[in-house]
Design a protein around this ligand. Structure first.
Ligand code: MN
Length: 227
């Protein structure tokens, strides 16, 4: 059977120290998952259950370049731990959730903050703020067999050599196993799914020419130039 036009390419991500690649199925993100970031965005971290949104698989960008998007003059960085799944299911228990993880990477949830603020005010969805072209720069995936799991450790982002975001993975309100478990109550998770696990405080705007360097203890750093 022929496709009526050439099938879109499968999005794949590099895996550290191998020629193998990770094929992406879906991208999920959790909002306001660090108390200090929830507070800086004007929310009470204690009262809100987790909520999720999605980006598109081909928003993931391993190239090291982030093209400043149109229709915004306030594009923010959000450094996040990315969790890449090798299997999935529904109603996954917290206790078994990490069995589904293939590996981890450093990622950025780039956000058109002005459009997000408009959407929040109007009660509209967030796609234009979150799911735009190349909105999720991501580094090499490191297999969990090498890294172990991530429940604590420094997570930071420097812009042009100056510290901007700083936190610890132990500040996550919903931990990685809880995120996987809760997501699987709403969606059928599967191999190839990538979950961005939220950002610590210190988000801020970037400009063309800026160089962002994201670091998470135990993972290769992510260096991204805004072009
Ligand atoms: Mn985010």
């Amino acid at each position: 059977m022929n496709t009526v036009f050439p099938a879109p390419l499968q999005v794949t991500l590099p895996v550290k120290d191998t020629d193998d690649v990770f094929p992406v199925r879906r991208v999920y993100c959790i909002g306001r998952n660090y108390a200090a970031h929830a507070i800086e965005m004007g929310h009470d971290p204690d009262k809100e259950p987790p909520f999720f949104f999605q980006k598109n698989p081909n928003n993931l960008t391993p190239s090291g370049e982030f093209p400043y998007p149109p229709q915004s003059s306030d594009v923010h960085h959000e450094i996040e731990l990315a969790v890449a799944l090798k299997s999935g299911g529904t109603n996954i228990s917290v206790e078994t959730a990490l069995d589904h993880v293939f590996g981890y990477a450093v990622s950025l949830d780039m956000t058109r903050r002005d459009l997000q603020a408009d959407a929040k005010k109007a009660g509209r969805p967030w796609e234009v703020a979150k799911a735009f072209e190349k909105s999720a720069p991501i580094g090499e995936i490191v297999p969990a067999t090498e890294t172990g799991s991530f429940s604590a450790g420094k997570i930071s982002l420097m812009v042009n050599g100056t510290g901007s975001q700083n936190g610890d993975l132990n500040q996550m309100i919903w931990k990685v196993p809880e995120i996987i478990s809760t997501l699987s109550e709403y969606f059928e998770l599967a191999a190839g799914d990538v979950i961005l696990s939220g950002t610590p405080a210190g988000v801020g705007p970037v400009q063309k020419g800026d160089v962002m360097v994201g670091e998470i203890d135990g993972l290769p750093p992510l260096r991204v130039k805004v072009i």
